[in-house]
Ligand binder design. Structure first.
Ligand SMILES: O=C(O)c1ccccc1NCC(=O)[C@H](O)[C@H](O)COP(=O)(O)O
Length: 273
């Protein structure tokens, strides 16, 4: 689905400008020390990286199934929208983990969506948001997230390492997301084993699975590649498996199906023999 042409003007930059303003405002309302206390009182995490490894070891795709109401590229994707219902449907399909959008202005997501999804199942949950500040990492744990996303295109190396260190101190996993070779080299300087390859160009919103064809084979064997975006069919899954990945992050295709469980299961079990 092609985004409206007025959005194709570095969407990521526009989202990040909004995000910095949002964090300034919200961190003034809830100071860092208070948010850190909430994070440290939030209870134990669920093992996000371990859940992916377990699925792959059992011969399934390690599916990170995404829950989002809308997106810049897809517009309104699912309505009515029930995060708890979707979480249960993905768990029934055999998904390894969830990804829940918490950005409001561009995705109509919320912390409440993440909490509702996590409470409805036993799956570990990625907070899908644009992380740029330590306050957000503590906020992620406080809302119940088990993993955060670090988009290398949005961060300096210093920022990425600082946010990763905080996430690890809170026993959260980190998905480091890249879209080109330079970002991949930078991501390999982080500790996390999870390397996300986003097939979507977050500036132009163009999605192309050839990004995974190029980058996944370059990821060292001690890391865990995760192909993200634009994945729709079992053949897409087999193509990405041929690249060398067994973990996928899929949202829009699943969310547009009447039977989410069946759609997710078809991708989970598409691994070539
Ligand atoms: O999806 C967008 O339009 C978008 C725009 C700008 C920044 C991020 C964006 N999406 C985040 C993602 O990459 C996807 O939510 C995720 O990879 C799932 O992709 P899909 O299966 O194509 O919904």
């Amino acid at each position: 689905m092609n985004a409206p042409t007025d959005l194709i003007s570095d969407t990521l930059a526009r989202i990040l400008a909004d995000k910095y303003a949002e964090v300034r405002e919200r961190s003034a309302e809830t100071p860092l020390a208070e948010m850190e206390r909430k994070a440290r009182d939030a209870g134990p995490t669920r093992d996000f990286t371990g859940a992916l490894c377990d699925a792959v070891a059992e011969g399934r795709v390690g599916l990170i199934a995404e829950i989002k109401r809308a997106s810049p590229s897809g517009g309104l994707i699912r309505d009515p929208f029930d995060p708890a219902e979707l979480a249960k449907a993905y768990e029934a399909a055999g998904a390894a983990c969830l990804s829940v959008l918490t950005d409001g202005p561009w995705f109509q997501g919320s912390a409440e969506d993440l909490a509702a999804a996590r409470a409805a199942c036993r799956l570990p949950v990625l907070r899908k948001d644009f992380m740029v500040d330590p306050w957000q990492v503590f906020e992620a744990r406080a809302m119940g997230a088990d993993c955060i996303l670090l988009i290398l295109a949005a961060l300096s190396d210093e920022q990425a390492h600082e946010l990763e260190d905080i996430a690890r101190s809170l026993d959260m996993s980190v998905l480091a997301e890249v879209h080109d070779r330079r970002e991949l080299d930078r991501a390999l300087g982080l500790e996390t084993r999870l390397i996300g390859v986003n097939n979507r160009n977050l500036k132009t919103l163009v999605t192309d699975l050839s990004v995974s064809d190029e980058l996944v084979p370059l990821i060292p064997a001690d890391r865990i590649p995760v192909s993200e975006s634009g994945i729709r069919t079992p053949e897409d899954v087999r193509r990405i498996c041929r690249d060398g990945a067994r973990c996928l992050l899929v949202g829009e295709h699943l969310l547009r199906q009447p039977d989410v469980t069946a759609a997710a299961s078809a991708l989970i079990h598409a691994i070539p023999g």
